[in-house]
Design a binder for this molecule. Structure first.
Ligand code: NI
Length: 163
């Protein structure tokens, strides 16, 4: 297990479309472990493989005490809306208001390459959408309503999370 370097805005790897994972290998298992380490080290609530420079469709999320990995994730249902501050470890210290579905159902594979279906509401729904966007080379800044601001200008930064 190791902490990997998080790629930041301007790195072209963040703009590319990722490829599906066809089979689990020791290298991919290690990547997943490293993604969790890297997310926790940076106090993030989610991380997508391209953020550590790997163009594979893998995300990890943890909005509390519930670590999850999803391989080849697809949003199959979404409803409701939520508008709130969103940040990203690849654009450190910045936040902006983004509207996302309030509820999503995501299908993909677990680390044993078995099909899984997960449900997310509120922050977890936002997290799934944000991370899956990364897999297609998209970042939240494209969706920000109004200005992107610096965390130092915020009143209650404790509530903010980056992914
Ligand atoms: Ni992000």
């Amino acid at each position: 297990m190791a902490i990997r370097t998080v790629r930041t805005v301007g790195d072209r790897v963040l703009e590319k479309k990722c490829r599906d994972v066809k089979e689990m290998t020791p290298k991919i298992a290690e990547l997943i472990d490293d993604m969790f380490d890297t997310m926790y080290e940076n106090n993030g609530v989610g991380l997508a493989a391209p953020q550590v420079g790997v163009l594979k469709r893998i995300i990890v999320v943890d909005t509390g005490d519930d670590p999850r990995v999803l391989i080849n994730p697809v949003i199959v249902e979404s409803d409701g809306t939520q508008t709130g501050d969103e940040g990203c470890l690849s654009n450190p210290g910045k936040f902006g208001k983004v509207t996302r579905p309030n509820h999503v159902i995501v299908e993909g594979l677990d680390r044993d390459m078995q099909p899984v279906r997960m449900e997310g509401e509120g922050l977890l729904a936002r997290d799934f959408c944000h991370e899956i966007d990364h897999l297609d080379g998209h970042m939240y800044m494209e969706l920000v309503e109004g200005e992107i601001y610096d965390v130092n200008d915020m009143e209650d930064e404790e509530e903010e999370s980056e992914s």
